[in-house]
Design a protein around this ligand. Structure first.
Ligand code: ASP
Length: 455
């Protein structure tokens, strides 16, 4: 199975482009922000004393014509690439999760190694998400936005937010949240996952369904091979559509950021700095506290020596932003430097490159709660638990490629009632976050392998 297509691949069908995609997305962000902030400065500050200048202003203190361009041209153009992503995100997640379980199913051959891998994966991803959720609830980066900016954002995304309010009104108790993870009608959950009309738990129920089907496919073995191949093709095709969508992401990000900054000014970037600080602090805690503790207590190794031995894998992860691309280096490091038994190293690292993504889980939890704060969407305890579970599962279902978590984040946002388009706010700085979370993902895989090999 080669589930390695890269949605942020720089190839756009021809030869190698001059600028990699992430650089073009960053350029889109900068261009959109410069034009937007410039337009805001010009049209929000009419020359003093001109009476007519006061007439055409909306509630934000922005010229009506600028408001119109932002809302009716830039914003819709910006949403196109997100629609393309959303179009295939459900089959993508279903096939990715089911196939991940089928791969895990092979672990019966490895007996208790598999069970330990699974338990430690859940422990590490659970710890990562918990750290992220605690930090984002303590620092509250999304609330560092002025009240007037928040009101304008709410106005801009009014349609999606109306849905958010409707969803909050349907907020469920913790008991129902958990029970509704088991879908009565998976097809209905799939249809409702994106527009919030599902009866159960929407995307979480779809994920549960995928896990059960994956487990059954693994149990059936040979006779499920055709289905494995079909799902593998579905996965590859969806990744290709996302790769195409990402080719227009630079324009999309420029338009969405322009629409936002033209109406709000540059204040929104202050929030972004707080967001980045929260994410990096979370990564640092996972890397410098959680992994060393695990290595010391379970792996019975010196964390300092461990980090020195896996340096090459960490640097490759940072450079490539891809767990899959780092896999060959991780395997070599595991066998030659950590001296792990090859069978265990091969199994844990191959499964872990897609299935154990602690940095990604942490990041997805923080992004979703951050954007909920930005949009003033109050999440009930049940919804916060949903986000935590989704983020842990996202760590299993996200492809180990650059930007692999983006489709997942859009879907989780929609499912808790935060406008999916709002991901544009963080997309421009995603590459640097991706480099760092991939380092965590790869370090987590190697730490996991060291612990599993120990017992
Ligand atoms: N780039 C990450 C990885 O390959 C996945 C992601 O979080 O986007 O591990």
């Amino acid at each position: 199975m080669s589930r390695e297509l890269d949605p942020l691949s720089t190839a756009s069908g021809g030869g190698a482009p001059r600028f990699p995609l992430h650089a073009r997305i960053l350029a889109g962000l900068i261009l959109g922000a410069v034009l937007g902030i410039g337009a805001h400065a010009v049209w929000a500050l009419p020359p003093a004393g001109t009476a007519s200048a006061q007439l055409d202003q909306d509630a934000n203190g922005v010229d009506d014509r600028l408001d119109w361009v932002a809302l009716n041209i830039a914003d819709p153009v910006g949403r196109v690439f997100l629609r393309l992503v959303l179009m295939v995100v459900l089959p993508l997640i279903f096939s990715a999760l089911a196939l991940a379980v089928v791969e895990l199913g092979d672990l019966r051959r490895l007996g208790s190694v598999g069970v330990r891998t699974l338990l430690l994966t859940l422990l590490l991803s659970g710890a990562a998400v918990a750290i992220g959720v605690i930090l984002v609830n303590t620092i509250r980066p999304g609330e560092r936005l002025s009240e007037s900016n928040r009101t304008s954002l709410a106005h801009q995304y009014a349609d999606s937010l109306a849905e958010a309010l409707a969803q909050s009104a349907r907020a469920k108790s913790v008991k129902d949240t958990l029970l509704d993870m088991i879908p009565e009608n998976p097809l209905q959950e799939m249809v409702g996952a994106l527009d919030g009309t599902s009866k159960g738990n929407g995307i979480l129920a779809v994920m549960f369904f995928a896990l059960v089907i994956g487990a059954a496919m693994a149990a059936v073995g040979e006779r499920a091979q055709t289905l494995v191949h079909v799902l593998d093709s579905v996965y590859a095709v969806c990744m290709q559509v996302i790769a195409w969508a990402m080719q227009i992401a630079p324009l999309g990000v420029a338009c969405l950021v322009f629409a936002m900054t033209a109406r709000l000014g540059g204040g929104v970037f202050v929030t972004l700095i707080w967001f980045l600080l929260t994410v990096m602090l979370g990564f640092a805690i996972q890397l410098c506290v959680v992994y060393p503790l695990l290595l010391w207590l379970v792996g019975q190794r010196s964390p300092r020596a461990f980090f020195r031995q896996i340096e090459a894998a960490m640097l490759t992860a940072f450079g490539t932003s891809s767990s899959n691309a780092t896999l060959p280096v991780s395997l070599r490091v595991a066998e030659e430097r950590l001296r792990l038994p090859p069978a265990i190293a091969r199994f844990v690292l191959t499964v872990g490159a897609t299935g154990n993504q602690n940095g990604t889980a942490l990041f997805e939890g923080v992004v979703v709660l951050f954007l909920a704060q930005v949009f003033g969407v109050d999440l009930s305890v049940g919804q916060q638990i949903t986000v935590v579970l989704l983020a842990v599962l996202a760590g299993v279902g996200t492809a180990g490629v650059p930007g692999g978590s983006i489709p997942m984040i859009v879907l989780v946002l929609q499912s808790i009632g935060v406008p999916g388009e709002s991901i544009a706010i963080i997309l421009g700085i995603d590459r640097i976050c991706d480099m760092c979370r991939t380092v965590l993902n790869v370090t987590g895989d190697l730490a996991l392998a060291a612990c599993v090999a120990r017992h």
